[in-house]
Design a protein around this ligand. Structure first.
Ligand code: NAD
Length: 423
């Protein structure tokens, strides 16, 4: 059990960066609390005829740079603390990518795997009815997150348009292409991380074919990144989902792993040959074992708080790329830094998703649509630029990548806050 909650951990990162920056107390005060937090109930008529009531949240952390933006998560472990922390992360993630947006996040306490399609649709429409007054293309723009997808966004978009009596595609992003989605949104989070990893290979002079990669979480983000890295010749040696994982130090065929996951529902069914060095135990591994493998790149792509005080000392990877949000706790961060592990923080590593979400919103508002190539090229430009920026600031101030990225983001948000509060 981590010492601090997810939200407390996020806030501690701020303190580190504030120390390096000359920011007034007024601005610090504004940045250390969410602007608005909404808790509401969604009554849903279940297929058995009974009403079940679900608890839902929306947190709008800071809108100084523009309308708040962030996904909606369906998960049994959703809490207000988590939603607040994620909205905090979104504020700085949007600033890291230099998007004219603030940060928000939503969630519903639900095990969506247990819902029928109809129940999920009624829940999603109920969510929009619950927050209608506080969201919209110029206020707060939701998107998918864990266990919500383009279908969920389509229902939510339709509900919003029905209540608003008009077409407002810019209300929500991550929609299917047929109703205003963007090309390239499907694999944008992974694509952003992929551009960063390619930059790392160049910067640290690493040979792609010699890099061993372990990825925890085999969903949208994890699967797409695994495919992209395998294409570059990197060795994907371990993969996992919520039911466990597999490891093969000679490399796992990602396409085969995807097929197995689709057919058998779990990555742990993938057949791997026992490795001489690691022995039979490496055939099937737990999520804990995956994190502690001797690899070059470790990519947490599932839940938060996965690397914490209890396992940080055992991490052997040289580089960590935080594809998930908040997978490393504050205490673990200090331990990893002492061990000399280079870590690309979530607010940059997974910013590809929100960046293409922003592109979708721009296209919706223009009524003009870009090709996949145009989307990728605009995304690459942003990721390359901000990675270079990160290296520059970390070097100049002799701070960790985490502190450096927050220095960049806080300075951008603070500038907007200052412009508004000092008149
Ligand atoms: P997803 O729902 O598509 O996949 C999640 C994966 O994590 C699944 O394979 C699931 O089995 C696995 N998982 C769940 N609990 C686990 C556990 N305890 N241990 C190991 N694996 C577990 O979700 P996603 O969209 O791929 O998102 C993954 C992470 O990336 C989340 O932290 C999310 O906030 C972050 N993220 C996603 C996007 C996006 O656009 N998809 C954008 C930014 C950040």
């Amino acid at each position: 059990m981590p010492k601090f909650s997810f939200y407390e951990n996020s806030q501690k990162v701020l303190d580190q960066a504030f120390k390096q920056l000359n920011i007034s107390e007024d601005v610090v005060n504004v940045l250390t609390a969410p602007e608005r937090v909404i808790e509401f109930s969604i009554p849903v008529r279940m297929d058995n005829g009974k009403i079940q009531v679900f608890t839902a949240y929306r947190s709008q952390y800071n809108s100084a740079r523009g309308p708040t933006k962030g996904g909606i998560r369906y998960h049994p472990s959703v809490t207000l603390d988590e939603v607040k922390a994620l909205s905090f992360l979104m504020t700085f993630k949007c600033a890291v990518a230099n998007l004219p947006l603030g940060g928000g996040k939503g969630g519903v306490i639900v095990d969506s795997k247990k819902l029928s399609k109809g129940e999920k649709e009624r829940l999603s429409r109920g969510y929009v009815r619950g927050i209608f007054d506080f969201v919209g293309p110029t206020k707060d723009i939701p998107a998918p997150d864990m266990y919500t997808d383009s279908q969920t966004m389509a229902w939510m978009s339709d509900e919003y348009n029905t209540i608003a009596r008009g077409q407002h595609p810019g209300f929500i992003t991550g929609k299917p292409l047929s109703i205003g989605g963007s090309e390239g949104r499907d694999d944008s989070t992974a694509k952003g991380a992929y551009y960063i990893i390619m930059d790392m290979l160049r910067e640290f002079k690493l040979d792609a074919t010699k890099q061993k990669v372990a990825i925890q979480g085999f969903g949208n983000a994890g699967i797409n990144l695994a495919k992209m890295l395998m294409k570059e010749g990197m060795l994907i040696v371990a993969l996992s989902d919520s039911k466990g994982g597999v490891c093969d130090m000679k490399g796992i065929d990602v396409e085969h792993a995807i097929k197995t996951k689709q057919e058998k529902g779990r990555i742990a069914e993938v057949h791997v040959e026992p490795d001489k060095k690691y022995g039979k135990s490496c055939k099937h591994i737990t999520n804990e074992q995956l994190l502690e493998l001797e690899v070059d790149f470790l990519v947490p792509a599932a839940l938060e708080n996965q690397i914490n005080e209890s396992n940080a000392k055992k991490i052997k990877a040289k580089y960590i790329v935080e594809l998930a949000n908040g997978p490393v706790t504050y205490d673990a961060d200090q331990i990893l830094e002492k061990k000399g592990i280079q870590l690309i923080p979530d607010v940059l590593a997974n910013a590809g998703g929100v960046t293409v979400s922003y592109f979708e919103w721009v296209q919706n508002r223009y009524g003009q649509y870009w090709t996949r190539e145009e989307v990728y090229s605009k995304l690459k430009e942003i990721m390359n630029k901000e990675f270079k920026n990160l290296l520059k600031v970390a070097k100049k101030h002799k701070v960790s990548f985490r502190t450096a990225i927050y220095m960049i983001a806080i300075e951008r948000v603070a500038e907007a806050v200052r412009a508004k509060i000092t008149g």
